[in-house]
Design a binder for this molecule. Structure first.
Ligand code: EPU
Length: 443
């Protein structure tokens, strides 16, 4: 399995560019199921989760052309693009072998039943960062007239044609909102979804669906209204920049005391993070709609965070922020409200010398800690990013194992960091079993 070797101590200086958003690209690829025509998505990040979604769609009979086939995740290529044709969906099944490697595959449930009248999707089961059921996806589809059965670890949903419905989410969930939105666009009549996720990725998906002929109002707000249509057509759509990658790079600039411009981002999506960075003393300058500059703090100070649904502080930035908090003077409280088990980076950060105590859903970080290099291991995607950030300021050479977790959601991260002055190398192990097969948990 690949490893990163990182020698800490270099301030990151220069400009680094953000790739397309993985968490927009995944639902947008699933949306291609809704039409017989071709859907082309631009700015697709070259990350492992996209490859997994390609495998999933192909296993159902779709034709998926991806500019970056499986293989090297360590060399930058030309602009990424995928063209998907779901003219034939010979096998509307999401098999366990694929679902177990990526939980977001449950996103195909809504579009499959809407288009094919039947969907069989393996239950995702537990994953590294928490239990993560899909009960609300199921409740919503039932409300729209689907008959749901569960057998042999699979959920089967059937409906000749879904009916528009009024559904209020018990809690705010992201892929659940996306799944039901995709189901509603082909349902008969009007659907009203309330207490929806307001994440930019939901709005991104809605923009693609609208380009395909769907009638949607309110995506990006808590209330979404959809007037179902009988069919959708193909479209070409450009995926928005990845706000979590942008945030991770901004913290890389801040933690190393550098002077970094993060370009090709959407600064409007970074509000909660930028506010916290400022509170911690980082000099943050929004250079326009697509670029943010961070410069070294005179002194990094403690600032508490509490993860919330968008527009609150993202759970997907919690681990990276914690790495920064280890370098801040004072006590920072980090409260995780979205997932019940998202502190796995803590024990690895502690191995590098961080002073962090966990009680319930709150981590107390005492800083500044002088971090020293150690051998550490990634447990999930954002935990990996946290370890890379800590290694960038640690004394000595940190070896980070299991970077396949990082490769799920960060495109060419070592090249991007090296380009602005980090000392980071990837070590591949040719004799290891195929990494994709070794991944069993899913974010
Ligand atoms: N939940 C339920 N019932 C459901 C669905 C979810 O109780 O039917 C619970 C989950 O157990 C969890 C919480 O609700 O505790 C939030 O789950 P949500 O469904 O919102 O998360 P998700 O859709 O599975 C997406 C992102 C995650 C991100 C979360 C929260 C994608 C593909 N994934 O997951 O991204 O952390 O929203 O913002 O969009 C990542 O990129 O590292 C990642 C994990």
């Amino acid at each position: 399995m690949d490893k990163f070797v990182i020698r800490g101590g270099n301030p990151l200086v220069g400009t680094v560019s953000v790739s397309g958003a993985k968490n927009s690209a995944l639902p947008c690829m699933a949306a291609a199921i809704l039409t017989e025509d071709e859907v082309t998505l631009e700015n697709i990040p070259h990350v492992r989760d996209i490859e997994t979604e390609r495998r999933l769609l192909t296993s159902m009979g779709a034709e998926v052309e991806l500019r970056h086939p499986a293989g090297s995740f360590s060399s930058a290529g030309p602009e990424d693009r995928t063209t998907i044709s779901c003219r034939t969906l010979s096998d509307p099944v999401a098999r366990y072998e694929i679902v177990k490697t990526m939980r977001a595959t449950s996103l195909v449930l809504g579009p499959l039943v809407a288009r094919a009248g039947v969907a069989r999707v393996a239950m995702p089961g537990g994953c590294a960062i928490g239990a993560r059921p899909i009960d609300l996806h199921i409740k919503g589809l039932e409300k729209m007239g689907a008959t749901i059965t569960q057998e042999h670890g699979y959920i089967e949903a059937r409906a000749d044609r879904l009916r528009g419905a009024h559904f209020v989410f018990d809690r705010i969930i992201v892929t659940g909102t996306e799944d039901l939105l995709m189901a509603a666009v082909l349902a008969e009549g009007e659907t009203l979804l309330e207490n929806c996720a307001r994440e930019p990725e939901v709005a991104d998906l809605a923009s693609l669906l609208t380009a395909m002929g769907a009638q949607i109002e309110g995506a990006g707000t808590a209330t979404i209204r959809v007037e179902g249509v009988s069919s959708l057509h193909g479209a070409r759509y450009r995926i928005n920049p990845d706000r979590i990658e942008a945030g991770t790079l901004l913290i890389a600039g801040a933690i190393t005391g550098g002077d970094l411009i993060v370009s090709n981002c959407n600064s409007a999506h970074l509000g909660a993070l930028l506010e916290k960075l400022r509170e911690a003393g980082v000099r943050v300058e929004v250079l326009g709609p697509a670029a943010v500059r961070v410069r070294a703090a005179q002194r990094l100070g403690a600032a508490d965070i509490s993860t919330e649904e968008y527009p609150g502080f993202p759970t997907d930035m919690q681990a990276q922020y914690m790495a920064l908090a280890t370098q801040a003077e004072g006590v920072s409280l980090v409260r995780e409200n979205i997932f019940e088990n998202r502190f796995m980076h803590v024990q690895e950060l502690a191995r590098m010398g961080a002073n962090i105590k966990i009680e319930g859903n709150t981590a107390t970080v005492r800083g500044p800690a002088s971090l020293s290099a150690a051998a550490v291991m990634c447990s999930d995607l954002r935990a990996s990013a946290s370890l890379v950030l800590a290694a960038l300021v640690a004394d000595g050479e940190t070896i980070i194992d299991r970077v396949y977790h990082m490769d799920r959601g960060y495109e060419h991260i070592e090249e991007k960091l090296r380009g602005v002055g980090a000392q980071i190398q990837r070590l591949g192990n040719l004799f290891a079993p195929r990494e994709a097969e070794a991944v069993t948990s899913a974010e």
